[in-house]
Design a binder for this molecule. Structure first.
Ligand code: SF4
Ligand code: SF4
Length: 496
């Protein structure tokens, strides 16, 4: 056993309002520099959509993450041999057009232009060349644009949906979207660490934060290819790669990272969990559909007050993004229920033969709360977001994993209706809770941590112990073909 601490995070997607405050907080502190203009260590995408960089989830294009070959895990598109072959041209590397060409506007022209017949305008100029450009895309170009042909319909998660299922999803009156905020997942099995030929990327043993040593980076950019979430970026000005550092100077001082501190929707939670580093390889190697459950059961034990442990393990409400990439992300998402609830209304409307323009009235009726428990769960299969779509994002295609989370979220709503509105009986609330695998106490705790939690409840930042640091190496050296596991002594322990 090799027990270590790992910072883990929860993002509650029903609470995200897509305000981008988190992105701006991060930008202002860390990437408002030459060479980093196009970088958004924190970005917020609209789903369905293609994201940033475009179609980052499609590993047929980018070859990120791990794959199982001959019973062993291998990097899909990076690593020593593949790196050597692609040394002068890496076809899987995102280029600036996949992100966007960063731009600003010539605002000074508005006030400094000489007098003339026409009003001056603030033309957009490239932040790379300084020349005027036609803006074709931005980091959140598809913001709120569910349904447009160029963005939503090119979402890589739609590939398993039939044409009819996709058509139903993009039916004008039924269209829905939600926001997906993303940062580096500070993975347990980070592909970026394993891919770096210079050994510049390391995972801190005392809290699991993944960092790039700028002095050691030699601009191979293997980490950019290897990270399946595309959260490692290349700075064209310094010639080094960079990534989210989880605001480690703030964490060490006991503060939450800036993106979390500033989050308007209070969707973010941070805590510490304990895990057995010896188990990482075997856990990352299990069958695809087992990746969610096994991770939680065999590697992670909670630090007692961690809100993230409660969401992910005690209540089983959160799931990692794309677990099939096998990097074992330490950021978990509570999947969005709101568009699903809207679908329930429509299902009942259909049954009752009511017209759409009468929809608003239905919220005042008891239509949802007098339905049988099985009927209630059954409506999840007709959700605006097909379970297949959400499962592609959060559970490697296992619809039951997503459904069980949504059931729990619905059950907590029923419980609160009983307590506060009174249109659900206690008996009914108990029945739904039991069926979803929750108790009344759990429902109360979920409601409290979701809706009422104060700052200190949401962020339980561990004390910093840099003197005890052990850093994860890119590979162990004695396992031919295997990469990504093992730790080295810290510089302090080596007396450097
Ligand atoms: S693989 Fe990507 S998401 Fe995971 S730690 Fe590395 S940069 Fe972050
Ligand atoms: S600040 Fe919070 S609510 Fe606003 S976009 Fe970011 S994660 Fe969502």
């Amino acid at each position: 056993m090799d027990i270590r601490a790992q910072i883990s995070m929860i993002f509650h997607l029903d609470k995200c309002i897509g305000c981008h405050t988190c992105s701006i907080a991060c930008k202002n502190i860390w990437t408002d520099r030459k060479g980093a203009e196009y970088m958004w260590w924190n970005n917020v995408e609209t789903k369905p959509g293609t994201g940033y960089p475009t179609k980052w989830e499609d590993q047929e294009i980018y070859k990120g993450g791990w794959e199982k070959k001959g019973g062993q895990l291998q990097l899909r598109g990076a690593g020593k041999r593949k790196g050597l072959v692609n040394i002068f041209h890496n076809p899987n590397m995102p280029v600036i057009d996949d992100y966007y060409e960063p731009f600003t506007y010539k605002y000074l022209d508005l006030i400094e232009s000489p007098s003339m017949d026409d009003q001056p305008t603030a033309r957009p100029v490239s932040l790379i060349t300084g020349k005027p450009i036609d803006i074709k895309m931005g980091p959140n170009w598809d913001d709120d644009l569910s349904g447009t042909p160029d963005y939503a319909r090119n979402d890589p998660n739609l590939k398993n949906l039939s044409a009819a299922e996709q058509e139903a999803m993009f039916h004008l009156e039924k269209m829905a979207f939600y926001y997906l905020p993303r940062i580096c997942n500070h993975c347990l099995n980070p592909a970026c660490v394993a891919s770096c030929p210079s050994g510049a990327i390391y995972k801190r043993g005392e809290d699991g934060i993944v960092l790039i040593n700028q002095d050691v980076c030699r601009a191979w950019r293997m980490c950019v290819t290897a990270c399946p979430y595309k959260k490692s970026y290349y700075n064209w000005n310094t010639g080094k790669s960079e990534k989210c550092i989880l605001c480690y100077p703030r964490i060490e001082a006991g503060f939450a990272p800036a993106c979390m501190h500033s989050c308007v929707g209070r969707i973010r939670y941070l805590g510490v969990t304990l895990y057995d580093a010896d188990q990482i390889e075997s856990i990352a190697n299990v069958d695809e559909k087992e990746l969610v459950g096994t991770l939680a059961d065999s590697t992670i034990k909670a630090a007692q007050n961690s809100p993230t442990y409660k969401f992910a393990k005690t209540w089983g409400l959160a799931l990692p993004l794309h677990p099939e990439f096998r990097t074992l992300p330490m950021l978990f998402y509570v999947p969005p229920l709101l568009p699903v609830m809207a679908s329930l209304k429509e299902t009942r409307q259909k049954e009752q033969g009511q017209k759409l323009h009468e929809a608003a009235k239905l919220w005042d009726d008891n239509w949802l709360y007098d339905t049988s428990t099985q009927e209630l769960w059954g409506t999840l299969d007709e959700a605006r977001f097909p379970l297949k779509y959400l499962a592609s994002l959060f559970s490697a295609g296992d619809e039951e994993q997503v459904k069980s989370r949504l059931k729990k979220l619905m059950a907590v709503r029923m419980y609160r209706r009983w307590k506060t509105v009174g249109d659900v009986t206690e008996e009914k609330s108990n029945e739904v809770l039991k069926d979803a695998g929750l108790t009344k106490d759990m429902a109360e705790d979920i409601y409290t941590l979701t809706a009422l939690a104060k700052f200190d409840d949401r962020f339980v930042v561990p004390a910093s112990h840099r003197e005890q640091a052990l850093e994860m190496l890119e590979f162990t050296g004695d396992k031919k073909g295997a990469t990504g596991f093992g730790f080295k002594e810290s510089t302090a322990q080596r007396g450097l």
